[in-house]
Design a protein around this ligand. Sequence first.
Ligand code: HPA
Ligand code: ZN
Length: 327
Amino acid sequence: MSFSKLKKVELHLHLEGAAPPAFIRSLAKEKNMSIDGVFDENGAYSYTDFWDFLKVYEAATACLKTPEDYARLTSAVLENCAEHGVVYAETFLAPDFCGGGDVVAWREYLHAMQEAADKAEKDSGIILRGIPTVVRHFGPDAAKKSAKCAVETAGDWVVGFGMGGDEKFGTPSDFAYAFDMAREAGLKITSHAGEWSGPEEIRATIQDLKAVRIGHGVRAIEDAALVREIVEKDIVLEVCPGSNVALGVYADWASHPIQKLRDAGVKVTVSTDDPPFFHTTMTDEYEMLSRTFGWDDDTFRALNIGAAEAAFCTDATRAQILKKLEA
Ligand code: HPA
Ligand code: ZN
């Protein structure tokens, strides 16, 4: 079976990070904006390490200036996801990039993205939900504004609250106020941790932000007691192996701990993170998991049912996803 046809659930996807390079280039041209340093001579996103990646990411994102731009982006990204068999995706959306943390502007961006997502669902059946996300290195005050945006729009479509950006900036507790606001509004919590920092960062994220999912979390493997805690607390890891290998968190696929985490009883899921930046797709991730660790159709079926169970959507939507996975 070709892995592109296999029905998949993707829980860790940054919308801007999924922008096809040609899409960003055409936006830049339309708006007469410089994108020097964003692409290499082959037209691929170009960066030297994670911190440079964040800079290039923000430079590319600067071309997205209006709700209409985000609507077009949403359509392009969902078309790609559907081509790779994704039936349900959750995407990180930073209010900082969508109206600068202003609630009125954020609502306009959100409305445009939801309209584009509704159309994609009618066309291909793919379901999208949004997770407003703090950009960690923008600091705790910006995080509170993002939380306000998330709280004001929490519901069936805005289902969670998260944090990405530079994991080395500050501590999780610096952001606890924003996460408390979001959680009290019924939003489920995920945060990037244990990609660049070690086990202590994951512990603090569980304790101080009350995260029920962890973005990456792979460095938990360095601490057996933490692995046990993750299993006992039923915390789900949003693992993005291709991203980790592309950024050099692990030297190659064979050194990636996803199999060891799974063997230890950790609920792992598989996503692409920022697919064109990391030269990956969901199909590529599955092919490499199959090739490296021998994962077969049964493994992938269990993986996707687990991801559906960990999705932040309503139970009615979850039932829809499970039905799509069976089809
Ligand atoms: N990691 C952390 N922060 C991010 C990423 C990522 O892959 N993409 C956009 N913000
Ligand atoms: Zn990420």
